[in-house]
Design a protein around this ligand. Structure first.
Ligand SMILES: NC(=O)c1ccc[n+]([C@@H]2O[C@H](COP(=O)([O-])OP(=O)(O)OC[C@H]3O[C@@H](n4cnc5c(N)ncnc54)[C@H](O)[C@@H]3O)[C@@H](O)[C@H]2O)c1
Ligand SMILES: [Zn+2]
Length: 345
């Protein structure tokens, strides 16, 4: 991916005395040393070997913890390995974890930091597009258990987030789709016309939206939940894609499909018109994503999958567009969902 903007951008996540900066742009990681608290003597760098990004941490004692390059790293075994490694490295409450990687690394490292000595500080150096626009910001940390993804975790805000767009140069092409799905989502949360902007400005606009949602609703009441736009169907499709034998789909591609489906559902419920549905298709395709449900998806089983979702509280919940913008809608009639699914392109 070409890095097309020379300027760095800074967005503040406003949380009172826990506010923190997100620094975006080429060479943004040059700010890392200056962000380290002076009293921090030891830095635990959590990353993945394949990412291959090691940063200058000056005269601090540094220990690198490489975790596996897969979602599997987000489990109790690697969590225990990390925190025991922190003990062995003699980390104190003054020391800092630096997570260098995508969402897998920041979710796991953030969780470990949040429970080690009842919470030590963490800086996220987001190296995937998805982490830059979403996972590294907002303080949600998590690991998975067999019963479900991200079921165990904490809220633990980082000290700072760095999104160095030069790091995207080594990101595999297909990983860009993950980030693009989330970027498409932000088009319906206040940034409808990003696609023409330079990349740094696009990322900064997405970060600003996420930051404002997090500031207003840190622990995900109704407002922050709007960030899950497109995700109800996306998660159900991803569940069908689970396992080595199953067809694969990137999270962002599933979100793209989920956004267009949410628009079709909103249209069926009389909340929006055909023009708005068309706008959803336009945004999703302009990010290079396919708006149609993949042929391998077992459509007739999706509603059951959604109802089994461990986080579901009251029936089928969707974020839906309407004349006043997005809204969380609970108890959507499963029959309506089934019939829209059956007819959707
Ligand atoms: N905490 C949150 O708010 C939040 C939000 C969204 C997603 N998530 C979590 O984030 C995870 C997905 O994150 P992701 O899409 O970043 O996936 P990921 O962390 O698996 O990274 C994708 C792949 O790209 C590689 N990679 C990352 N940066 C690279 C670089 N600069 N150069 C070369 N390779 C690089 C990684 O090693 C990995 O193979 C999921 O576990 C999801 O649950 C968390
Ligand atoms: Zn997502």
């Amino acid at each position: 991916m070409a890095v097309d903007d020379k300027l760095q951008s800074r967005v503040e996540v406003d949380l009172g005395d826990r506010s923190y900066p997100v620094i975006i742009g080429p060479g943004a990681c040059g700010n890392l040393i200056g962000l380290l608290p002076p009293e921090a003597k030891r830095i635990a760098v959590v990353t993945q070997e394949n990412i291959g990004i090691l940063l200058d941490l000056g005269d601090r004692q540094v220990k690198v913890f490489n975790v596996p390059n897969s979602e599997e790293a987000k489990n109790f075994i690697w969590l225990e390995w990390l925190v025991r490694g922190f003990v062995e490295f003699s980390m104190t409450r003054a020391d800092v974890v630096v997570a260098i990687g995508g969402g897998v690394v920041s979710d796991l490292a953030g969780f470990a930091a949040s429970i080690y000595h009842r919470g030590i500080r963490v800086i996220n150096v987001a190296t995937s597009l998805l982490a830059m626009v979403d996972a590294a910001i907002g303080g949600k940390t998590a690991i998975n258990i067999p019963e479900g993804k991200n079921l165990i975790g904490t809220f633990h805000q980082p000290l700072a987030v760095i999104c160095d767009t030069e790091h995207l140069l080594t990101l595999p092409e297909e990983e860009l789709y993950c980030g693009r799905g989330e970027m498409a989502k932000y088009a319906f949360l206040g940034a409808p016309d990003l696609i023409e902007l330079p990349l740094v400005s696009q990322i900064a606009a997405c970060v600003s939206i996420k930051a404002s949602f997090v500031s207003q609703d840190e622990r995900e009441g109704a407002r922050r939940a709007l960030l899950n736009y497109g995700h109800t169907l996306a998660h159900a499709i991803e569940t069908q894609a689970f396992g080595p034998e199953s067809p694969q789909i990137k999270h962002g591609q599933a979100v793209g499909v989920g956004l267009v489906f949410a628009a079709l559902l909103a249209e069926r419920l009389g909340r929006i018109g055909e023009q708005e549905v068309e706008f959803h298709r336009h945004v999703v395709t302009s990010y290079g994503l396919d708006p149609e449900i993949p042929a391998w998806v077992r459509r007739d089983e999706l509603v059951e999958v959604m109802l089994r979702d461990k986080k579901v509280k009251s029936g089928l919940t969707f974020v839906l567009d309407g004349k006043d913008g997005l809204e969380v809608v609970s108890d959507v009639d499963p029959e309506v969902v089934r019939s829209v699914l059956a007819l959707a392109p």
